[in-house]
Each structure stands twice: as C-alpha cells, then as structure tokens.
Design a protein around this ligand. Structure first.
Ligand SMILES: [Zn+2]
Length: 313
C-alpha cells in the first residue's frame, strides 16, 4: 500500500467517483450532514461544510480532489454551524492497525491482509450482536481503508444520548464484567464469547506483564483448555481456584480481559454523536484504497476497494 499522488486523486474524483456510489443513508440525508475535508494529509481541518445536492458535492470533489473526505454521523438542521442536532447514527470503528492482538508484524500505521481479515471478523461479530441480540435492522458495513466501520441507522438508536451509546459499546465488546450475573445462568452469551476469544489469544508473557508470577502464568497456560471451557460455560469463577491464581489475581485477570475486549474498537467514536467518518466511495489517499460500502461482510473482497489508477500504472 502506498500514498496516492495529487494527480491520482484528481483522476479518481474526475474519472471514477460518482455520487451514485454514495450509500443511500448518506445520499438521502446529504444536505443535513456536516462535511469535513483533509486537504494536505494532516487530518480533517476543513470542517463545517454543507452541500445541498449530490451535484454540488461532486463539483467540489472534482475541483479540489481532497486528500480525505468525511461526513458527520449526525444530522443537523444547520450542519454548516453544527447546530440544531436532530439525530446521529450509531457507529463503530474497527481499525486493523489498533487490534489488541495481531498475527502479523504490522506496526505503526501499517496494515496487511492478515490484520484486515481479523478486523473484518470482529466487525462481523459485532454486527451479528447488534442484529440478533439488540434487534437492530439497519446495519451498514464500510471498508474504511485500514479497517471497518459499522453504521446503524435504526430510529431507536439514532436518538440515543451518550450514556446509552456507551452501554451499547460495553455490551457489544464485552468491555465490562456484567453486573447482573446469576449463579444459575452465569454470564451472558455475548460476554462469554468475547472473553473466550480474548483469553484464547493470551500468552504466558501477557499474563506476566499483567502482574501474574511466572510459575502461576505457566500453570494457567498449561490449563488453558480447561479455562477456556469454563469461560464458554460462563463458569469464570472456577478459574479462581486454579493453582497460583486466587481471588486477587482473578479480579485482575477479569479486568485485563475486559480491557482487551474493549480495545477491538475505538469506543470514543461510538459515544461521540458529532463524530465525522470517512465517506464511503471516497479515496483513502494514505493507502490508495477506496472507502466502500460492503453488501456482505462475510464475503468481502479487498479487490473491490482498488482504485483504477493502481491498475493503470
Ligand atoms: Zn498486518
């Protein structure tokens, strides 16, 4: 992956981009959204823009071919002043470069097919929870260039305040230990699944870094299958009785697991009702990939995100 040149950006918006590539949820509410632009690759400093029609946006993009294009998850009566907030999509940002565990050697802002594939899997999991557990229907997925966005536009979530959005993040990620655990039923399915996934990734080294003595960490890793099985059944508390664990370390382990769970997405994005996100169909110039709406998150091919200028040489 490499950076796009200004000439390539120009060609992209002039020859390849079309307002028809905007997802319906943006197209139908275009004039109510705040647009933000990054002209120099230093972040979206040009904010408070409003476009009344898709053609107006199109003219602007052909004329200015910005480095990056963003729009608000919020709808406003007066988007050019960011005033008279009406409602906001509920958004999740799953960035491949920020995953807590990696199978690859990517560092800094780099991503590769492996970490992108892991980010895609997490995105699909979160989407599944939003739809089957929380009963949400209008869930859209976007490949953002270095990761994925989930954008939910059901009426029931669009009017939510920050506190409710924060609860949704905690539930979907398994970012807090649920407080309503009953002895007979154990932890919720979502929490068990997230904790299991994270626990499976843990190494002896991770445990030692989190304060467990070397010999206890070794013992816990030796019994990993047994621990995973207990987590699957929601019987976390039994891990407390493992040799060398005890109540104090057990509490620490649970805090560690929930913290790692919450690192799969940037919770600040979901809570922020005035956030701007990269516009699907726009160009991610740092990596020369198109930010694209995804029809089927289970069968997404990264080929779809290749701009023509990469193939034309
Ligand atoms: Zn990678």
């Amino acid at each position: 992956m490499r950076e796009a040149t200004p000439e390539e950006r120009k060609r992209y918006y002039r020859d390849e981009w079309s307002s028809k590539d905007l997802p319906d949820y943006v197209l139908h509410t275009l004039s109510l959204r705040e647009f933000g632009f990054d002209h120099e690759g230093k972040g979206p400093s040009d904010r408070y823009n409003q476009f009344m029609t898709p053609d107006e946006l199109s003219d602007y993009l052909c004329d200015r071919y910005p480095y990056a294009v963003y729009c608000s998850v919020a709808l406003y009566e007066r988007p050019s002043e960011r005033k008279k907030w009406l409602k906001s999509e509920l958004a999740f940002d799953i960035d491949a470069k920020d995953l807590p565990f990696k199978r690859c050697d990517c560092s800094g802002g780099d991503v590769c097919e492996l970490c992108l594939e892991d980010a895609r899997r997490v995105t699909a999991e979160f989407g599944e929870t939003l739809s089957s557990d929380l009963g949400l229907n209008n869930i859209s997925y976007v490949y953002s260039g270095r990761g994925f966005h989930i954008r939910v536009s059901d009426d029931s979530v669009m009017e939510m305040g920050q506190a409710s959005r924060s609860q949704v993040v905690e539930y979907v990620t398994g970012g807090v230990v649920p407080s309503d655990v009953t002895l007979s039923l154990g932890y919720s399915r979502v929490f068990r699944e997230r904790a299991k996934r994270t626990f499976e990734e843990l190494s002896e080294e991770d445990l030692v870094e989190n304060g467990l003595g070397r010999s206890s960490a070794k013992k816990l890793m030796k019994e990993k299958d047994k621990a995973v099985d207990l987590i699957k059944k929601g019987k976390f508390d039994n891990i407390r009785n493992f040799e060398g664990i005890g109540p104090k370390y057990f509490k620490r382990l649970m805090d560690f697991l929930t913290r790692l769970n919450s690192e799969y997405t940037d919770g600040k994005v979901t809570i922020d009702k005035k956030r701007i996100l990269r516009v699907p169909s726009s160009l991610h110039s740092t990596v020369s990939r198109k930010c694209v709406e995804i029809k089927d998150i289970h069968n997404f091919s990264f080929e779809k995100a290749m701009p023509n200028f990469l193939n034309e040489g």
